[in-house]
Design a protein around this ligand. Structure first.
Ligand code: GDP
Ligand code: MG
Length: 437
């Protein structure tokens, strides 16, 4: 509606100037703080913001039309890149495809085993088998059976056997004999990394040679997640990471830290206790989440607003003092032109909407306007009222336009200046009424 348009117009008039270097440094600092707040490891956050700063300089963010937006885009793109760019799937090329779960106790291995089995089963071509290799707690085997029953997915277990390697092998054999094409092996974890657990998972890994070894990690463990991931990766050289418990207000910074340290793709996320709470990991969505959490976007925008305000004050003063001249107008036109669809954008400048009707807006129309202004002397641009008929003739000749065209532009410029003055002088409401009718 009109009031929106006027808002936008004011925004255009405020100019989309530059963030200065102090602003960039300040913004970078805020971004770093936001990342650390979102649980990103400090050193990683620092490296990241250094990269962003360099890119910002390289891409001339400082002199761009909308430095704030460009900055946000740069940060988002970099974050996405850091987390792996495109989403990566699971290798299901084997027959059966064997998927091994690893991770600490409580990270969500058993829950995710069920979720993944269900997810694959829903793909119709997959018939998954769950295998219970957590032999230390009888309750763990029962837990997997409960999950399996709920999903109508078979669970292979052997309560009398205390050798997880033997159970895993027997499970795969059972799958082959019974037409299962995916085998998901749930294993035991400990509360912290210890040698017994590492040796055990390493032995299972060597014995069954899975197509896919997944490391499951609780995203709420924040900084600790990095050390755990590194320990497991050193032993297993795993293929992918599963980030669980990303529901609620978990910040997700662990995704960045883990990816940076082990350089393995994050493949799925867990977003709840229910079996449906599984999602493919999309780096760009996670970037949005992290940015949103840290309020980076609004921080950057605020920095930008401060700048705009200063610019707007200057412009306001000029308008109030009747000093808004053709040079200012030219600047506005040039910015508008760079921004894209001219008809729409010109329509945002108060008073310019009418001009659009009179002159069919295309590049030529702009060329005429610019040519006319360029043919004016600096004094004429500053004080258009001195442009008399002999000056008009001269300008027309110089710009290859007619006196009529010069006249038209002068008239429209005069109207525009008046309207702008009205708006600045608190006559905005009146103006809106005028324009609305
Ligand atoms: P395991 O020891 O690695 O097998 O972990 P479990 O699968 O038993 O999960 C430990 C706890 O975390 C259980 O209470 C699960 O319900 C819960 N859990 C697992 N994944 C998620 C998740 O994505 N979101 C939430 N909120 N809870 C989860
Ligand atoms: Mg378990």
């Amino acid at each position: 509606n009109l009031s929106d348009k006027l808002d936008k117009a004011l925004h255009v008039l405020k100019g989309h100037g530059q963030i200065n270097e102090v602003n960039v440094a300040e913004t970078i600092k805020e971004i770093r703080r936001a990342l650390v707040d979102a649980d990103v490891n400090y050193k990683i956050a620092k490296d990241f913001t250094n990269t962003v700063r360099e890119k910002a300089m390289g891409q001339n963010v400082l002199s761009s039309l909308k430095p704030g937006q460009l900055m946000v885009k740069l940060v988002k793109d970099e974050l996405t890149e850091l987390m792996g760019g495109e989403a990566e799937g699971i290798n299901l090329s084997g027959n059966p495809s064997v998927i091994l779960m690893s991770g600490l106790q409580g990270s969500g291995k058993t829950t995710f085993s069920g979720k993944l089995a269900n997810y694959l089963k829903n793909k119709k071509t997959k018939k998954p088998l769950l295998v219970a290799c957590d032999v230390y707690r009888p309750a763990a085997i029962d837990q997997l059976h409960v999950v399996g029953d709920q999903l109508d997915i078979e669970v292979y277990s052997d309560k009398g056997n205390s050798d997880p390697v033997a159970i895993a092998k027997a499970g795969i054999k059972h799958a082959k004999e019974n037409g299962f094409n995916v085998v998901i092996i749930d294993t035991a974890g400990r509360l912290a990394v210890d040698e017994v657990m590492m040796t055990e998972i390493s032995n299972i890994h060597k014995a069954i040679e899975p197509q896919e070894t997944l490391f499951v990690v609780d995203s709420m463990t924040g900084q600790d997640a990095v050390n755990t991931a590194k320990a497991f990766n050193d032993i297993l050289d795993f293929d992918g990471v599963i980030l669980t418990k990303l529901d609620g207000d978990t910040r997700g910074g662990a995704a960045i830290s883990i990816k940076s340290v082990v350089n393995k793709p994050i493949k799925f996320i867990g977003t709840g206790e229910k079996m449906e709470a599984i999602d493919v990991f999309y780096p760009s969505r996670m970037a949005d989440r992290i940015l949103g959490m840290g309020d980076v976007v609004s921080l950057v925008e605020r920095a930008q607003e401060q700048f705009d305000e200063e610019e707007a004050r200057k412009l306001q003063k000029k308008i109030a003092k009747n000093q808004f001249g053709f040079d200012d107008f030219l600047k506005q036109i040039q910015q508008v032109k760079k921004m894209g669809n001219m008809k729409d954008l010109m329509g945002m400048i108060p008073g310019a909407g009418k001009m659009m009707k009179d002159i069919d807006v295309d590049d030529d129309a702009f060329k005429h306007i610019e040519a006319i202004i360029h043919s004016m002397t600096p004094e004429e641009r500053e004080k258009p009222q001195i442009i008399n008929s002999s000056r008009k003739k001269r300008i027309g000749k110089g710009s290859g336009t007619s006196v009529q065209q010069v006249n038209q532009l002068l008239k429209q410029f005069d109207q525009m200046s008046k309207m702008m003055k009205m708006m600045q002088g608190g006559g905005g409401k009146k103006l809106m009424q005028m324009m609305g009718k």
